[in-house]
Design a protein around this ligand. Structure first.
Ligand SMILES: NC(=O)C1=CN([C@@H]2O[C@H](COP(=O)(O)OP(=O)(O)OC[C@H]3O[C@@H](n4cnc5c(N)ncnc54)[C@H](OP(=O)(O)O)[C@@H]3O)[C@@H](O)[C@H]2O)C=CC1
Ligand SMILES: CC(C)(CO)C(=O)C(=O)O
Length: 347
């Protein structure tokens, strides 16, 4: 890390979560942020973001210090290494490019100084990155924000940014360094005073707790097309689908040694006030014909639970339906070949 008063931060994926993360960091005055954008690059580069935020108010044409259309190649461009690289893309390991290849221009294999922060949902998201960058400190960011990019560059944040940051367990790195990096990151993230960002010593617990929501409500809402208010109103929605799925996650977590609070299922069922009719991110992605994060949100806890002998029949069905939804999106994007349709010859 550099001695400059401002940390040099790269945010990859300036959508709903990334834009608000960049805003928090810049407003705290302890970071200069470069945001890497894709479909919204031209809009944000030209006009900036339009943000309506319950934490920050209304901002028109807001821009971070730099915006880029691609991940900077720090070697070719002779740039100083970043202090922090934050990933806020959707994490979709079944669809290229892999996150490690996306990061590699800004993160040399032998890096020891740049700290990677994954503000993304799901389980085991750090594993491919620990393999690709074995000496890089990697932190977990579990975000409880509610934010959406309703059109390119237009961000609506309607639930407060609460971020839990702590080190993933890493076989080869001294945890004290990762704890220091987490505390420093928390300091720069919450410096603006508008965000609740705290150090968490138990990332595994945070992630399994959030999975009670994300592995269950996200796919069930995405499959049924119902938001979290309507799934509570629909006959069979909660007792037939959501509760059994959530109980399977709690059982898998317990078998892993992660004890969740006894009321966690009821808390997660009721966590969104019914009348806000919240569309979880997987439902929002299906509506936009985007790929869904089903492997890390659903596949990984399912595989972990099954390997430990936990029966997970509800999650197994949800997983396979999500897999077919992903296939449908691949077909729509010409990523799979299917045999041509034959006309039926009537005799
Ligand atoms: N939104 C929310 O309220 C919450 C989200 N989360 C989690 O946070 C993470 C981010 O979610 P969210 O911000 O909602 O997602 P969004 O889809 O809103 O934003 C992701 C952004 O990353 C960009 N991106 C994806 N791939 C690349 C790439 N190869 N190069 C450059 N940019 C890329 C996308 O661009 P493009 O538009 O081109 O695809 C998009 O702008 C996810 O893991 C999500 O589950 C967690 C808590 C709450
Ligand atoms: C429900 C929410 C917004 C909780 O923060 C979320 O994690 C998601 O939609 O994936």
């Amino acid at each position: 890390m550099t001695d400059s008063p401002k940390k040099n931060v790269l945010v990859i994926g300036g959508g709903a979560v990334g834009a608000i993360a960049a805003l928090n960091l810049e407003q705290g005055g302890l970071a200069a942020v470069t945001v890497v954008l894709r479909s919204n690059y031209h809009v944000v580069n030209e006009f900036g973001y339009d943000i309506e935020s319950c934490d920050h108010g209304v901002l028109k044409g807001w821009k971070p210090t730099h915006v880029r259309a691609e991940v900077p190649d720090i070697t070719k461009e002779s740039l100083k290494p970043y202090d922090y690289i934050i990933c806020t893309t959707k994490n979709i390991p079944d669809i290229p490019p892999s996150l490690s290849s996306l990061l590699s221009p800004a993160l040399p294999y032998e890096n020891t100084t740049a700290v990677l922060v994954l503000i993304q949902n799901g389980l085991n998201i750090e594993k491919p990155l620990q393999d690709a960058f074995p000496t890089t400190p990697i932190l977990s960011g579990v975000s409880l924000i509610g934010s959406a990019e309703i059109r390119p560059g237009k961000i609506i944040q309607d639930d407060h940014d609460r971020l839990l940051v702590g080190p993933f367990q890493n076989r080869s790195l001294a945890s004290v360094l990762q704890i220091e990096a987490s505390l420093d990151f928390v300091k720069i993230y919450k410096a603006g005073g508008k965000t609740n960002c705290t150090y968490s010593p138990d990332v595994e617990h945070d992630r399994w707790r959030k999975l009670v929501y994300n592995a269950c409500l996200n796919p069930i809402c995405a499959i049924t097309g119902l938001d979290t208010g309507r799934i509570r109103l629909a006959d069979g929605g909660i007792e037939g689908l959501v509760r059994p799925a959530m109980e399977e996650i709690v059982a898998a977590a317990k078998q892993k040694g992660v004890l969740l609070a006894p009321d966690v299922v009821d808390v997660m069922i009721g966590i969104d006030p019914l009348e806000i009719y919240l569309s979880p991110s997987m439902l929002a992605d299906v509506r936009k014909n985007n790929f869904i994060e089903f492997e890390n949100l659903l596949g990984e806890p399912l595989r972990e639970g099954k390997a430990l002998g936990v029966p997970m029949p509800t999650l197994e069905v949800l997983y396979n339906i999500c897999k077919t939804i992903q296939w449908r999106t691949k077909e729509a994007r010409n990523m799979v070949e299917i045999p041509p349709k034959k006309s039926v010859v009537k005799s």
